[in-house]
Design a protein around this ligand. Structure first.
Ligand SMILES: O=C(O)CCC(=O)C(=O)O
Ligand SMILES: [Fe+2]
Length: 342
């Protein structure tokens, strides 16, 4: 079994490893992850954008996540990304294997090649990509971590669909930072210098889940929080995604047509000095039903120095020493690798 070969920043932080191999139970109804209408991100005046920002701050403080409607990502782009993912995973195994991860961890990952410490390998396959930096770029040549070329299939339609959606989600991420700044009582452009080339990866996920899988003790994706700042996730209508509520119980995050899930990862919890929560989640298989989901992991620039800004009224006072975004993420990846090896 190979260790986690995915790009480090897309990988996930182990949870407390409390219940290794525990059988997925039945989740209760969704609770605590609010539905937020983000139309004001694009059309609102400053007052409306500030009100939205406050709503987002409250969601991040209370649950570390939200379900966003009117996010501005064109449905045709989302549909195109889903169609590309379905076509991709329908290819014969030898074609998929030929698209296996390149030396930078970008490409196809087979079932059960990725696991979280304390759990059996996840029963999912994936196609991982990130910002596409050519192999002859000086940063790649110099071995700068997390700077890499993608491993594209020889299919321009696939690439076009995937890149179009990836860009639209990054545009949403940028707009979200402006709104968050307003919600924190900061100038609207306060976070912009930290997101000039946002360190982002994207993952097409397929949970084939025929009858009999996952086996007892296996998860489609084991419980975890994500490493980075934000996860922006689209899921199909299958269901199976759950989050851990403040009550410690698992609650279904049932698909809502056209909505985008936003999860905060460990980086935001750390950067905000614990003000914001990271949302712990997992995927349980729905027997006999395949599932496709598409997370985008959105982060500040690799070299961005992260010190939580202080608002004029002191509301968002910094509590932590600063650290470069890339260093934080690499440290997380190292911790996880050590846990897997140990
Ligand atoms: O498939 C999903 O809905 C969740 C994916 C996920 O949690 C991850 O890739 O970190
Ligand atoms: Fe995740």
């Amino acid at each position: 079994m190979t260790a986690d070969a995915t790009p480090a920043l897309a990988a996930s932080q182990p949870d407390a490893v409390r219940k290794p191999g525990r059988r997925p139970g039945r989740a209760g109804p969704s609770s605590g992850v609010p539905l937020v209408d983000a139309a004001a991100l694009r059309t609102g005046d400053r007052t409306a954008r500030t009100a939205l920002g406050r709503r987002i701050v409250a969601a991040f403080e209370e649950s570390g996540g939200m379900r966003v409607i009117n996010h501005g990502i064109a449905p045709t782009l989302a549909d195109g990304a889903f169609a590309a993912a379905r076509r991709f995973f329908a290819q014969p195994p030898d074609r998929l294997e030929a698209l296996g991860t390149n030396r930078w961890g970008r490409g196809f990952l087979a079932l059960r090649t990725n696991r979280k410490p304390g759990y059996a390998p996840d029963v999912r396959e994936a196609f991982d990509l990130g910002l596409d930096i050519p192999a002859d770029d000086p940063r790649v040549l110099a071995g700068k971590p997390l700077h890499a070329p993608n491993h594209w299939p020889d299919d321009p339609t696939f690439r076009h669909a995937v890149e179009g959606y990836f860009q639209a989600v990054r545009d949403f991420g940028a707009a979200l930072q402006d709104s968050l700044a307003l919600g924190l009582g900061l100038p609207e452009d306060r976070f912009r210098p930290l997101y000039r080339t946002p360190l982002s990866t994207m993952r097409l996920l397929h949970y084939p889940n025929p009858d009999g899988t996952p086996a007892p003790g296996e998860f489609a994706m084991a419980p975890h929080t994500d490493f980075g700042a934000y996860t922006f996730l689209l899921q199909d209508a299958t269901g199976g995604l759950e989050h851990e509520g403040a009550d410690g119980a698992w609650h279904a995050l049932d698909p809502i047509d056209g909505s985008l899930l936003v999860f905060l990862g460990d980086l935001m919890a750390w950067w905000s000095g614990g003000r914001f929560k990271a949302l712990r989640h997992r995927v349980v298989g729905v027997p006999g039903r395949a599932r496709v989901s598409i997370p985008v992991f959105y982060n500040p620039d690799f070299d961005a120095e992260l010190a939580w800004p202080t608002a004029p009224d002191g509301e968002a006072a910094g509590t932590r020493a600063s650290m470069a975004c890339g260093s934080y993420i690499l440290a997380q990846a190292r911790d996880r690798a050590a846990l897997l090896a140990g």
